[in-house]
Write a protein of this length. Structure first.
Length: 172
């Protein structure tokens, strides 16, 4: 009888412990993978990106009652020194000049993932850069999203290569 009671209470608990339904949506995204590269989790790819100075995750519900998981990674311009893209290398002087042109404008990579209500999956809803700061020429506030519609930036981040838009701004 004791074995039967043990089996009735323990086995279901073990089965449900392996399911993530109703679990933390941030953990679900972090431990999941994207179809273009299933060899690394979303969390490992984003947290391991060498060009971020700091990162954050949050979860919220949008007006349509969708659960959104949002990742933010602040790009560290100095980490781009010596990086190469399409055979060209960013020198310290190029980055210094690029930073001077940008002034106090901060670039943050933003990825938003929508969580499915019917199963334990998610999709990329938004990928792109956010520019925030002050335009050094006009003195006006800047807060602009630059969408990454074809997920090119995300793919570069996944492969730990310099994000092309930031690289281009620093190199121009």
């Amino acid at each position: 009888m004791k074995k039967l009671l043990f089996a009735l209470f323990t086995i279901p608990a073990l089965l449900f412990a392996g399911c993530s339904g109703g679990g933390n949506p941030i953990d679900m995204v972090k431990t999941g993978s994207l179809q273009f590269d299933t060899s690394v989790t979303v969390g490992d790819a984003l947290s391991g990106y060498q060009y971020f100075s700091n990162t954050s995750w949050k979860s919220y519900e949008d007006p349509q009652k969708r659960t959104i998981v949002e990742f933010n990674g602040v790009l560290d311009y100095d980490k781009f020194i010596g990086s190469k893209l399409q055979g060209m290398e960013l020198t310290a002087d190029m980055v210094k000049n690029g930073k001077k042109q940008l002034g106090d404008i901060k670039l943050t990579y933003v990825a938003q993932f929508t969580i499915s209500k019917t199963d334990e999956t998610f999709d990329v809803q938004f990928s792109g850069l956010n520019m925030a700061g002050t335009n050094r020429q006009t003195g006006e506030a800047v807060n602009q999203n630059i969408p990454d519609s074809d997920l090119t930036s995300l793919q570069y981040i996944y492969s730990n290569q310099p994000e092309p838009s930031t690289w281009g701004l620093l190199g121009s």
